[in-house]
Design a protein around this ligand. Sequence first.
Ligand code: FAD
Length: 287
Amino acid sequence: AINRNLHDVQGKVNVSFEFFPPRTAQMEQTLWQSIERLAPLAPSFVSVTYGANSGERDRTHDIIKSIKQRTGLIAAPHLTCVDASKQQLIDIARDYWDNGIRHIVALRGDLPPGSTAVPELYAADLVEILRSVADFDISVAAYPEVHPQAPNAQFDLLNLKRKVEAGASRAITQFFFDIEKFLRYRDRCAAIGIDVDIIPGILPVTNFQQLQKFAGLTNVAIPDWMSKAYQGLDNDPTTRNLVGANIAMEMVKVLSREGVDQFHFYTLNRSELSYAICHLLGVRPVL
Ligand code: FAD
């Protein structure tokens, strides 16, 4: 059994890839190389982020349009509601629908740093607004380690339930490294009657220093074993990549054995690690 490939012991695995809008011509080239490398894996969808308050929704939309045209894949824009009025969101939704966009990743987003305002709209409201415009396929965010602003874990879980009841068809999780936490969260979702797929968000880590800064803000725990794994590699990107690949591969293997058959990859616009992990999962190019 040791020699059996992971994909021999499980059924079909579905994957999706997340990208962000590039800021320079060189980054744009990297993005397209990545999309072209990953597209033949026939992901169930790809998504493009939109930074709340960035004012760059058009850039997200442009990339989505190009992905659709160049690859024929289902391309889903992220849309935030913290920086728009209800009417604006209705107009954006209509525009997306009229442009053939059927899948949206619906988020609240964050107020600008330092703002003490209370958001008028939450992601559950956005799901409701989108549903009132058209029959969108809607993904929402979920937090196995609890969203940093939630009063408690139960409130946050009920918030996910509200998003699903408002019409979301799947939840994509914040990245995580403690698999037990994800599995416990999945169980709690099931116990509370959340009946959509909870898709783990996988972040293959190549820049550990950057992750440490980001993880604190997002309430994601970095286990000791992980810090130890990256110790002494600050100036050694090649080894860091190998370590990152190994950690992410172990994660998907364990999750796979726990019956997870869908994975969402935070690609950071790079294809190498996501491609390798997909290969291991038996996700191969569709000719
Ligand atoms: P919500 O589900 O609205 O929850 C936000 C917080 O408010 C939670 O703590 C919740 O418990 C609480 N809450 C919900 N309803 C209420 C209420 N009625 N009263 C009081 N509190 C309430 N950000 C971007 O800017 N752009 C992106 O493209 C983007 N993509 C993401 C993709 C994924 C898969 C994930 C996991 C996150 C993404 N984010 C993105 C980050 C996200 O916008 C932030 O985490 C944001 O703080 C919360 O968004 P949400 O959709 O989870 O909000």
